[in-house]
Write a protein that binds this ligand. Structure first.
Ligand code: MCN
Ligand code: CUN
Length: 781
C-alpha cells in the first residue's frame, strides 16, 4: 500500500469533485448557455395506443416567439422519424403512424424561450383515433391481441424474443430426482431511476463548419457519438459529445432518447444551438424505466441441498425493445440467477413482449437484470428454508459455493472469479447478534408482536466485457485510460467512462497515486468529452472500476517502466539495480542515490537517454479477461404493526465484499445509496398503469421516493476477497446494494408472518398489502 502522503488505495480521502458541487459551482446541462440558443419542448401523447389521423401545427407556429414546429412527418423527410435502439430494435423519434405509449413524443416546438415553447405545445392540434391498450405482457401475448408493432415487417405478434440458458435436460432430471420442489411466482414491478437531474441536451450544429457539438447528460458519450454518426450519417469527426457534470444517472442516461435526436436535427435545420431540458413528468413517463418482470422460479432440493433451479420469465418491454444490455443476451445477465449457490443444474427461459408502455427497460442500478435474478434466488432460498423448516442462514451456508471451488463455473455459463460467501454471512450474523435475535423473535411472538429477520446473500456479475462476448450495439466492451505526466510531475488522466456522481475524479486519481507515487491531488481526472478522452463504452453495470480502473493501473505501470529507464540514465545505474518505492527509484543498497517520480518526469522532457521517446504519456485500452463477482450478505430486522400492516426497519446490517477498496468512504457512500434505493423499491416505489394505459406514478406525489425520514439507518461491514484477474484486485460496487437488498427487506417482512403460513409478499410491500396478508393469516388486530 502507498504511503499516506500520496493517498493511494485504501484511503478515505474526501471527494475532489465535492468542492464544486457543494458550492453550487457544478456545470450541469442546464447551465450550458450558448449565444443565440433556442429552446425546445416535446409534445407527448395523451393516449397509450392510438392512430394519428392528423397533426396541425399552424396555430402553434403563429405564436410569437415560436421559431419552428417539428413533426414526425418533417423528421421522416430527413429519414429520421425512426432510430435504432440499443437492443437492435427500432424506436419512433417522433410518431408518424401511431402512438404506442402514453407520453410518447409526437412533435416538438423550438422557440425563443422554454416558456413560449411550452405554451405552443397546447396549440398543436393532433387528431387521434384511440386503439385498445395492452398494459401487461400476458395480455399482449394472447392470440387475438392487437398488434402493437404493425410498423415492423414480418412482426405477426407482440412477442419480441424467446431466450434460454443452461441445460434443460440435466435440470429436468434434477427435478425428477428431487425429494422436494419449492416454487415462487413473483413480479418485480416497474420502477424508475429518478436522478435529481432529468435528461437533456444542448445541440449546437455550426452551419459554417458542420461541426455538431452536443452537450448531453450521457453515461456513455463515446458510444452515443458513434451511434449518432451511424444514424444521422454525419461524419464522426464532426460530432463532439460533451457530458458535463451529471446530476445522477442510475442507468437512466444510457439510452438515446428522441429529445436528443430532435434537438440535434432542429439545430442542423435552423443553424442555431437548441436546448432541450426534460421535465420531471416527461422523465418519469417516457425514459428508461426498470424491471417490470414476471418471474416463476423453482428449486429442486435433495437431502437439504439445492440440486436444480428452473426459471420462466416474462419481460414487459414496452412499445420498443430498447433495453440497454449486451446484444447477445436478450434477458441481460439474468442467468446469474444461481447466485451464491453451488447448483449443479439450472435452466433459464425468458421471453419479452411489446406492450403499450414506455420502453427502455433494464436501467436503475441493475447490471442488466442481475437485480431481478438476485431477488428471485434470494426469495426462493428463503421460501425453501421455510418449507424445509430449517434456519435460512444455515440453509444458505449448506448450499454456498465454497472458497476452494473458485474459479467456479456456474450451471448457466459464468466463471465466478473469487468469493468467500460464508465469511460475509457469518460477519453479518455476528454484527446482528443473530442467535439472540431469533430468541427475541420467538419471545416477542408469544407476546403477540411480529418481528421478522430477513437475509440476502447476493452475488453480482459486473464489469462488462470482455469484448468478445459483451458488446453494446456491436461495440466491444473494453475501456480506456490515457495518462499524461507533465514536466513538473503533475498529471492528467483521461478516461472513456463517465461519472454521474460516483466520485471518479477522486478514486481514479488514487489508483495513479498508488501506482506512480504522485500525490492524488496532483492528478486531474477528465471524462465525458469525446474530442479529448480516449474511446470507451461508458459508466454502467459497475464497470468503471473493473475496466477503466484496470486500464488506469496498467497505463500507470507502463509509465513506471519508462520512468525506470529514465531513472537508470539519471542515476547512471543499470535498470535492474533500481528499486521502486513510494514514488522514487533508488539504487539497491544505496537508498540516497534516488530520483523521485517528479524529477524523472522533468527529465522525460529535458534529459533523456539516447533513443528514448520524449514525454511521459500513454494510453491503454483494457479488455478484461472476465467479469468481477462482488457479493455480500444483507440482514434486516423489521417489526410489523398488527393494527395497520405498517412495518419498520429496526436494524439493517450490510456486509459487502467488492475486493480491494480504493476509497472506503466512497464505497460506503455507494452502498448506503444503494441500500436506500433497495428499501424504496421494496417498500414504496411503483410506476403502474390503468387499463387504458394511463401512467400512474408520473410525478413525485404518486411515485414515492424515500426521504431521510423513511430511510432506515445502516450498519456496514466488509470482507475483502480480491479479484484475481484485476490488476489491483478491485471489483465493482456501484450497484451491489440496490441489487442485493430488496430481497432482504421482503424476506424480513415475510419472516414476521411466516409462522402463520405466509410465503410471499409482492413489492412494493406497502402497509395495505401487509394488512391484507395479516387479515388472511388471522394475525390482524
Ligand atoms: N470503488 C472503490 N473501490 C472498489 C469499487 C469501487 O473505491 N473496489 C469506487 C469507484 O472507484 C467509484 C465508485 O466506487 O468511484 C463506483 O465504482 P464502480 O463500482 O466501478 O461503479 P461505476 O463507477 O461504474 O458506477 C456505475 C454504478 C451504476 S451502474 C449505477 S446505476 C449508479 C452507481 O454506480 N449510479 C449512480 N452509483 C451511483 N452513484 C451516484 N452518486 N450517482 C449515480 O447515478
Ligand atoms: Cu443498469 S443501471 Mo447502471 O448499470 O447505469
Amino acid at each position: 500500500m502507498a504511503t499516506t502522503e500520496v493517498r493511494g488505495l485504501g484511503h478515505s480521502v474526501k471527494r475532489k469533485e465535492d468542492e464544486r458541487f457543494i458550492r453550487g459551482k457544478g456545470n450541469y446541462i442546464d447551465d450550458v448557455t450558448l449565444p443565440g440558443m433556442l429552446h425546445m419542448e416535446l409534445l407527448r401523447s395523451p393516449f397509450a395506443h392510438a392512430r394519428i389521423v392528423s397533426v396541425d401545427t399552424s396555430r402553434a407556429e403563429a405564436l410569437p416567439g415560436v421559431v419552428a414546429v417539428v413533426t414526425g412527418e418533417l423528421m421522416a423527410q430527413h429519414n429520421l422519424a425512426w432510430m435504432p435502439t440499443l437492443s437492435g430494435d427500432t424506436q419512433a423519434v417522433l410518431a408518424t403512424d401511431k402512438v404506442r405509449f402514453q407520453g410518447q413524443e409526437v412533435a416538438a416546438v423550438v422557440a425563443e424561450s422554454a416558456y413560449v415553447a411550452k405554451d405552443a405545445l397546447e396549440l398543436i392540434d393532433v387528431e387521434y383515433e384511440p386503439l385498445p391498450a395492452l398494459t401487461t405482457p400476458q395480455q399482449a401475448l394472447e392470440d387475438d391481441a392487437p398488434l402493437i408493432r404493425d410498423d415492423k415487417e414480418g412482426q405477426a405478434s407482440n412477442l419480441i424474443y424467446d431466450w434460454e440458458a443452461g441445460d434443460k435436460e440435466a435440470t429436468d432430471r434434477a427435478f425428477a430426482e428431487a425429494d422436494r420442489v419449492v416454487e415462487l411466482d413473483t413480479f418485480y414491478p416497474r420502477c424508475h431511476p429518478s436522478p435529481l437531474e432529468c435528461c437533456g441536451c444542448v445541440a449546437d450544429v455550426n452551419p459554417a463548419t458542420g461541426k455538431a457539438t452536443i452537450y448531453m447528460t450521457s453515461q456513455a458519450p463515446h458510444a452515443i457519438r458513434t451511434l449518432f454518426a451511424l444514424v444521422a450519417g454525419l461524419p464522426e469527426q464532426n460530432i463532439r459529445v460533451i457530458s458535463p457534470d451529471i446530476g445522477g444517472g442510475f442507468g437512466n442516461k444510457v439510452p438515446i432518447y428522441p429529445g436528443y435526436v430532435v434537438a440535434t436535427a432542429a439545430s442542423l435545420l435552423l443553424g442555431k444551438p437548441v436546448k432541450w431540458i426534460e421535465d420531471r413528468t416527461g422523465n418519469l413517463i417516457s425514459t428508461g424505466f426498470a424491471r417490470d418482470y414476471h418471474m416463476h422460479g423453482e428449486l429442486a432440493v435433495k437431502d437439504g441441498k439445492i440440486t436444480g433451479l428452473r426459471t420462466s420469465l416474462v419481460a414487459d418491454e414496452g412499445a420498443f425493445f430498447a433495453d440497454a444490455q449486451p446484444s447477445k443476451f436478450k434477458i441481460g445477465l439474468f442467468h446469474i440467477v444461481t447466485g451464491s449457490y453451488d447448483i449443479p443444474a439450472a435452466h433459464v427461459f425468458g421471453r419479452g413482449a411489446y406492450t403499450n408502455k414506455a420502453p427502455g427497460g433494464v436501467a436503475y442500478r441493475c447490471s442488466f437484470r442481475v437485480t431481478e435474478a438476485s431477488y428471485l434466488i434470494e426469495r426462493l432460498v428463503d421460501v425453501a428454508a421455510l418449507e424445509l423448516g430449517v434456519d435460512p442462514a444455515e440453509f444458505r451456508v449448506q448450499n454456498f459455493i465454497k472458497p476452494d471451488q473458485f474459479p467456479y463455473q456456474s450451471a448457466t455459463g459464468f466463471v465466478y472469479d473469487s468469493g468467500d460467501y460464508e465469511k460475509a454471512l457469518r460477519l453479518a450474523l455476528e454484527k446482528l447478534g443473530y442467535d439472540e435475535l431469533r430468541k427475541e423473535q420467538a419471545e416477542a411472538r408469544e407476546q403477540g408482536r411480529l418481528i421478522g429477520i430477513g437475509l440476502a446473500s447476493f452475488t453480482e456479475v459486473v464489469g462488462a466485457g470482455h469484448g468478445k462476448q459483451y458488446d453494446i450495439a456491436g461495440l466491444r466492451m473494453f475501456d480506456s485510460a490515457e495518462l499524461r505526466v507533465h514536466p513538473t510531475g503533475k498529471a492528467i488522466l483521461k478516461l472513456g467512462v463517465k461519472s454521474q456522481g460516483q466520485g471518479h475524479e477522486t478514486t481514479f486519481a488514487q489508483i495513479v497515486a498508488e501506482e506512480l507515487g504522485i500525490p492524488y491531488e496532483d492528478i486531474e481526472v477528465q471524462e465525458g468529452d469525446t474530442d479529448n478522452t480516449p474511446y470507451g463504452l461508458g459508466t454502467y453495470a459497475s464497470r468503471s472500476t473493473p475496466v477503466a480502473g484496470a486500464a488506469t493501473a496498467v497505463i500507470s505501470r507502463k509509465l513506471r517502466d519508462k520512468a525506470r529507464t529514465i531513472a537508470a540514465h539519471l542515476l547512471e545505474a543499470s535498470e535492474d539495480d533500481l528499486e521502486w518505492d513510494r514514488g522514487r527509484f533508488s539504487v539497491k543498497g544505496a537508498p540516497d542515490r534516488a530520483k523521485t517520480i517528479q524529477e524523472i518526469a522533468f527529465a522525460a522532457y529535458t534529459d533523456l537517454p539516447d533513443g528514448v521517446e520524449a514525454g511521459l504519456e500513454g494510453v491503454h485500452y483494457y479488455d478484461p479477461p472476465n467479469m468481477t463477482f462482488p457479493f455480500g450478505t444483507y440482514a434486516v430486522v423489521v417489526e410489523v404493526d398488527r393494527g395497520t400492516g405498517a412495518w419498520k426497519v429496526e436494524r439493517m446490517v450490510a456486509v459487502d465484499d467488492c475486493g480491494v477498496r480504493i476509497n472506503p468512504m466512497i464505497v460506503e457512500g455507494q452502498i448506503m445509496g444503494g441500500l436506500t434505493e433497495g428499501f424504496a423499491i421494496a417498500a414504496m416505489e411503483l410506476i403502474t398503469f390503468d387499463e387504458d394505459g394511463n401512467c400512474i406514478g408520473s410525478n413525485f406525489t404518486d411515485y414515492l421516493l424515500p426521504t431521510s425520514w423513511e430511510t432506515p439507518s445502516f450498519e456496514l461491514g466488509e470482507t475483502v476477497t480480491p479479484s484475481p484477474h484485476h490488476p489491483i484486485g478491485a471489483k465493482g460496487v456501484g450497484e451491489s446494494a440496490t441489487v442485493g437488498s430488496p430481497a432482504a427487506y421482503v424476506n424480513a417482512v415475510v419472516d414476521a408472518l411466516a409462522h402463520a403460513g405466509v410465503r410471499n409478499l409482492e413489492m412494493p410491500v406497502t402497509s395495505a398489502r401487509v394488512w391484507e396478508a395479516l387479515q388472511e393469516a388471522g394475525l390482524a388486530e
